[in-house]
Ligand binder design. Structure first.
Ligand code: COA
Length: 460
């Protein structure tokens, strides 16, 4: 597991290549150069040379401006100087959805959508899924390096010993309607954690940030499992500290009358891999929400509740539910050709296909596929939706319509099928995403708090 030495080599090489790589350091703002990387041509004072500027001519006035380019970006505020007259407010940039606006610098996650590459802190996702476990990956995301053996043992101990929630949280959750959406329950209860730890409002305190991080990663599965049990009218199951992170989550979800729940190691591993795959994914909607809320400096529970809220939406965390519904609607492999014709005529979309960033096979979809058989073998049931999904993928990847548009399966295409195989109801899918994404959110929040350029987010 904790082969930190081996991995550190990979991290350093990869980070060097990308020109990033300040580790997350508790309570210490990282040192930064002046808007310049190795790739940029810099003068001694770190300013850009002429070659690294953008010449802009304002045709309204005939004035010309040199706008500095650093790391492939220009600063929106540099455009404010461009005015028609003294009373003019200055030029703004307009970017709904922030599709072409970088709003932070981050060394946590790297995606190359053209090549289908995903790395956490410079380590390819495939390596992490093969050799690490979720808690080790959570440590990597937060601290910037893999733990050595002592660090790992201490980290696991800390997370394991913070899994219980105050009894009042349990009582509070019992107050939800019997059919409450588990994601809504999770959203409310993560936000409610803030009221149990008022001292966490001091985000400048290193200890408070650390203990909140541990609590969030530790308690999220407990809250998620309570929400699930509530929706079934089953008693809540307390955490079992003898079990692994994934094993304990299975215990809290599925334990019935046995004295001791023993998770099937195949399911435990498959869930752990799913957790690794969902731990972080750059500046998406929910992560941007965590940073945006976090910029007002509330306690971290409140910022992470912002992330849960973003994830709740069907355009973000809910896509795998849409995949399962689509597969159910197709109903049989025989109907796949007709369905594809409908898609090509523009009447449908293949849910779980295509991605804003990946224009190649989503690496996470490949890894999920490799665990499906194992899960089906462990649960002893066949999932007919899987056959439909495979037929759909095969035919689509053979069809010029889809290949010419670079439409490949994304992470959601198979994750819903695997959750189904794990007996997780569709209402819980987004919750299953929120649990592991917590480590990514916390890492991003931490990086943001330590960022010298952090500002209250206040768009125009
Ligand atoms: N099924 C069929 N056609 C699709 C498609 C899909 N899932 N996704 C994109 N296309 C087609 C579009 O119709 C368009 O075709 P056109 O050029 O003939 O008009 C072309 O591919 C580009 O689509 P566009 O919507 O501009 O791409 P995008 O990068 O903005 O969209 C998604 C990305 C994710 C929104 C889109 O692929 C999608 O809706 N996927 C299904 C939902 C999903 O799986 N979401 C989870 C993402 S993790």
């Amino acid at each position: 597991m904790f082969s930190g030495q081996l991995y550190n080599v990979v991290v350093i090489e990869s980070l060097g290549k990308e020109g990033v790589g300040w580790p997350a350091v508790w309570g210490k703002r990282r040192e930064r150069g002046v808007r310049m990387t190795d790739r940029a041509q810099a003068t001694e004072d770190g300013r850009a040379t002429k070659a690294e500027t953008l010449a802009v001519t304002d045709n309204r006035t005939g004035e010309s401006y040199d706008i500095e380019i650093t790391e492939g970006t220009v600063r929106a505020m540099d455009f404010r100087q461009i005015k028609v007259d003294e009373d003019d407010f200055g030029l703004m940039t307009y970017d709904p959805g922030l599709s072409n606006t970088a709003h932070c610098r981050s060394s946590i996650c790297y995606i190359d959508g053209e090549q289908g590459i995903l790395e956490y802190r410079g380590i390819p996702i495939e390596q992490l899924c093969e050799r690490s476990n979720y808690l080790e990956v959570a440590y990597l995301l937060i601290y910037g390096h893999l733990p050595n053996e002592d660090e790992y043992n201490n980290w696991v101990y800390q997370v394991t010993h913070h899994t219980f929630v105050h009894e009042n949280i349990k009582n509070f959750m019992e107050g939800f309607r019997h059919d409450a959406d588990p994601m809504g329950m999770l959203l409310a209860s993560v936000g409610a954690l803030s009221t149990f730890y008022p001292e966490s409002k001091d985000v400048n305190d290193e200890w408070q940030r650390w203990v909140s991080t541990v609590r969030l990663i530790a308690k999220m599965p407990t809250l998620a499992a309570f929400a699930y049990r509530h929706s079934l009218g089953l008693p809540y199951i307390y955490p079992d500290n003898d079990l692994s992170y994934a094993g304990n989550f299975l215990n809290m979800l599925f334990k019935i009358a046995e004295t001791k729940y023993e998770p099937d190691p195949r399911l435990e591993r498959a869930l752990d891999v799913l957790f690794i795959l969902h731990a972080d994914h750059e500046q998406n909607c929910s992560t941007a929400a965590v940073r945006t809320v976090g910029s007002a400096l509330p306690d971290p529970y409140t910022s992470i509740a912002g992330g849960v809220a973003g994830l709740y939406g069907p355009l973000h965390g809910g896509a795998n539910i849409a995949v399962v519904r689509m597969l159910e609607r197709i109903g049989s492999t025989d109907n796949v050709p007709d369905f594809l014709e409908d898609v090509k005529e523009g009447n449908e979309r293949i849910m779980g296909f295509g991605h804003r960033v990946y224009k190649n096979y989503d690496p996470r979809a490949k890894i999920i596929q490799s665990h499906i058989e194992e899960v089906l073998e462990a649960t002893g049931k066949q999932n007919p939706l899987l056959d439909i999904a495979r037929e759909l993928e095969k035919r689509a990847l053979d069809d010029e319509y889809f290949t010419s548009r670079a439409l490949y399966p994304n992470v959601d295409f198979y994750s819903g099928v695997i959750y189904e195989a794990l007996n997780i109801p569709t209402d819980m899918f987004t919750v299953m995403f929120a649990v592991p994404r917590t480590s990514g959110w916390v890492a991003q929040w931490m990086e943001w708090i330590n960022d010298e350029e952090r500002k209250l987010v206040r768009p125009r």
